[in-house]
Design a protein around this ligand. Structure first.
Ligand code: ZN
Length: 360
């Protein structure tokens, strides 16, 4: 039997943003049970602990209030339309716990209840659960960004702990995405954490980034950085970039079709061996933290539509001098991915491009 159920905005979190659902049931009570099986938590929102429909929710079958029919025993037949109508006031759908949890940021005029709802609905992908990704993901989860994806194929090593704040001593040997997920979930149960224990490639990246509103690149190698840039340009996804080495950091935000991309700034990666990695040259944990937090800040501003992003601007900083500077750069008309006549129109082999793997 097909019963069309109209889901109100406050319950659409549970129904994965679906507004209309086709379900089944002999009567309203059975329909709610069936819906709850498919979308766990729905019954709890609609019914109290005794199983009665909550008093701030009305249910209508074909436009008739079931309180004036047979209540939740109201029979259903093929093609019926059931509407769930909760009382709403002001349109902000936050629980008391959420209002308390986010109270210090809800009072900011740039956020407010509406902004908090935007954050809870937002989906951010953090690439790399290391020195940049750890603090970035931590602050995004704290702020209530509702869905956070984590990509990392590595396991936690002892030498990571000096800067990768999501991992603890007991996590050494564990997959980083699992260790990170555990901390983020413990910090904020509002957050849905999706894990991708894999290395991004030209084969898998487009499907993954398609599910997110904003991408934060905290990867530690040039092939991934160029892959992520190109995939974001092709998919029209905003990207927050940061790089760190020793006491230096740099960050920029890429909004495809609006500002320049990473290749506009650095058309080619340095040849292998020219720029040492953190493994070779070292990194101080606080610089990773500073830049990861810059990335989280950019992502939050993007989601909220607040302030000015680092679009066309490269923030560079040095912790020894405690210098922060912003340099302007522009879209390069000759850019191979976002220029006027792009020569690269699909993802290529980035290890070869970056000279990590010899040609042929
Ligand atoms: Zn470009």
């Amino acid at each position: 039997m097909n019963i069309k159920v109209r889901i109100p905005t406050p319950l659409q979190k549970i129904t994965k943003n679906q507004t209309d659902i086709v379900s089944d049931g002999q009567d309203v009570r059975e329909l709610i049970e069936n819906l709850d099986r498919e979308y766990p938590g729905l019954k709890e929102r609609v019914c109290d602990e005794k199983g009665d429909i909550r008093r701030f929710i009305n249910i209508f079958v074909n436009g008739q209030d079931i309180r004036f029919l047979e209540g939740d025993g109201t029979k259903l037949k093929e093609g019926d339309e059931v509407s769930v109508i909760p009382a709403i006031a002001g349109g902000v759908d936050l629980s008391e716990d959420q209002i308390e949890r986010y109270s210090r940021q809800i009072i900011l005029p740039e956020i407010g209840g509406r902004g908090q709802e935007k954050l809870l609905k937002a989906k951010a992908l953090v690439i790399g659960c290391g020195g940049l990704g750890s603090p970035a993901a931590y602050y995004l989860a704290g702020a209530g960004v509702g869905t956070i994806g984590l990509v990392d194929s590595d396991r936690v090593e002892l030498n990571n702990l000096q800067r990768q704040i999501l991992h603890f001593t007991r996590d050494v040997g564990q997959p980083k995405v699992e260790s990170a997920k555990e901390k983020l979930s413990a910090l904020n149960p509002d957050v849905q954490v999706n894990t991708y224990p894999l290395r991004l490639t030209s084969k898998n990246i487009l499907d993954i980034i398609a599910q997110y509103d904003i991408i934060i690149d905290g990867s530690d190698n040039f092939p991934t950085r160029y892959l992520v840039n190109d995939a974001c340009v092709f998919s029209n996804k905003p990207l927050v970039h940061a790089g760190i080495l020793k006491f230096d950091g740099q960050a920029t935000t890429i909004i495809p079709n609006e500002g320049p991309c990473y290749r506009c700034l650095f058309p080619e990666p340095p040849p292998p061996g020219m720029v040492p990695s953190c493994q070779e040259a070292g990194i101080i944990g606080v610089v990773a933290g500073m830049l990861g937090i810059v990335q989280a800040t950019e992502a939050l501003k993007f989601i909220l539509g607040a302030g000015e992003l680092l679009v066309g601007k490269l923030l560079i900083c040095n912790a020894l001098e405690m210098n922060f500077r912003k340099l302007n750069f522009q879209r390069n008309p000759g850019c191979v991915v976002c220029g006027d006549k792009p020569s690269i129109k699909e993802l290529t082999d980035y290890e070869q491009f970056c000279g990590v793997r010899p040609q042929g």
